[in-house]
Design a protein. Sequence first.
Length: 113
Amino acid sequence: VQLQASGGGLVQPGGSLRLSCAASGSIFSSNAMGWYRQAPGKQRVLVAAITSGGATYYADSVKGRFTISRDNAKNTVYLQMNSLKPEDTAVYYCNAHPFLDTWGQGTLVTVSS
């Protein structure tokens, strides 16, 4: 099982980041994929999801600012994050949606001036 998220970093409020997640084919090909985040002291929550056919879902907190996409040929899912806010600070993970029991390494996004 491979779920490797990357692309996080430190960004100022209003800035942008693009996260990537390489998933093993056994997960990617047969599941909707999601991006989740866990802020310090809070539970992990779903922020965006995309089906194999391209239908998308966004949490209200990121709607209009984040865009999820997937490249089925590369088994990769992306999260374009624009107009970032300090409250977007969290560790971001990818997983199937609904999520599987195994989580890969997340990537830390810090939004701060």
